[in-house]
Write a protein that binds this ligand. Structure first.
Ligand SMILES: Cc1ncc(COP(=O)(O)O)c(C=O)c1O
Length: 313
């Protein structure tokens, strides 16, 4: 889907016109993938709109930058305020928010020291990421996720998404909506842009971060919601074949939200319909995000924008 442009982009502390938010082809990031970024959603509320888990996302941006020795010239509070500013300036909500910190135009060598750090924050409308309400048909990828001590999986870095592209393209070419990556030891890791959850015999499982998974904010939200609902939850390494005999499987992510999986490698998950536990978790997640249930965990940051329609229900 083409990006729907808005009016302004936040750039290093100022709001600039969307069309002026450009970089030079010789920028360090273009050649060496040196960027860290976030994906955040702003949801409509009964009276206005609110950003979902804004401080957690911006803290992860700071953490990703720290791993790559990028010193960002803005602190957590300033970065959160910048997100609110750009949404309110554009008057666009619900929306998806894309903050990115990159190494800009300076020197051509691999060393990033002589290339300035630039931060941009854009927001724009973006609907459902995983198509279909009854669950996605997905495959196990022939590509593994990032091996430990190669590309750090806890950093949400642009370069990591070359691996995601391989997984996603292979899945699409073969007629699936998404691919699941195993880690370097053949254990379940995550989707190309989503964490994964499995339900079997009433217990909710998700792989631990050490299986090369991103520390998803939605993953954390689902773990919190599940504990609140009194569901047994365990973070443990999962063999591939557990996916084939699971009662329910679903993806989580800011883009994917809570998305049921209907089949894996053409094997139906359960009876091929979204399961009861997936539904209970999704109801609570969307209820909180859209302001229809109490914000009991303090996840919403209000913005002064009138929003008409929810992103999704
Ligand atoms: C590789 C990968 N895993 C997991 C996630 C889910 O993370 P979050 O819930 O913070 O969006 C994403 C999306 O950002 C991702 O790109």
């Amino acid at each position: 889907m083409p990006i729907q442009t808005t009016s302004k982009i936040w750039y290093n502390g100022n709001l600039i016109p969307w069309k002026d938010a450009t970089i030079h082809v010789m920028s360090h990031v273009v050649h060496y993938g040196s960027s860290v970024f976030e994906g955040i959603r702003c949801y409509s509320q009964p009276h206005g709109a609110a950003v979902f888990r804004l401080p957690e996302h911006m803290q992860r941006l700071l953490d990703s930058a720290k791993i790559y020795r990028m010193e960002l010239p803005f602190n957590l509070e300033e970065l959160c305020a910048a997100v609110v500013d750009v949404i309110e300036a554009n008057g666009v909500a619900p929306c998806y928010i894309r903050p990115i910190a990159l190494r800009g135009y300076g020197e051509i060598g691999v060393s990033p020291k002589g290339s300035p750090i630039e931060i941009y924050i854009a927001n724009f409308p973006w609907g459902k990421y995983i198509p279909g309400n009854n669950g996605a048909d997905v495959c196990i990828s022939s590509w593994n996720r990032l091996a430990p001590n190669t590309m750090p999986a806890l950093a949400k870095a642009g370069a990591n998404y070359m691996n995601s592209q391989l997984i996603h393209m292979e899945a699409e070419i073969n007629g699936y909506q998404e691919g699941i990556g195993l880690d370097v030891n053949g254990l379940v890791s995550e989707g190309s842009g989503e964490n994964i959850f499995v339900v079997r015999n009433g217990v909710l499982y998700t792989p631990p971060l050490a299986n090369s998974a991103l520390s998803g904010i939605t993953r954390d939200s689902v773990l919190t919601i599940a504990r609140h609902l009194g569901l047994p939850v365990t973070e443990q390494a999962l063999p591939r074949e557990l996916l084939y005999i699971a009662d329910e499987v679903f993806f989580t992510g800011t883009a994917a939200e809570v998305s049921p999986i209907r089949s894996i490698d053409r094997i139906l998950v359960g009876d091929g319909k979204p399961g009861e536990i997936t539904r209970r978790i999704a109801d609570e997640f969307f209820g909180i995000a859209n302001g229809l249930k109490p914000d009991r965990f303090g996840w919403l940051t209000p913005v002064r924008v009138t929003a008409n329609e929810p992103v999704t229900v």
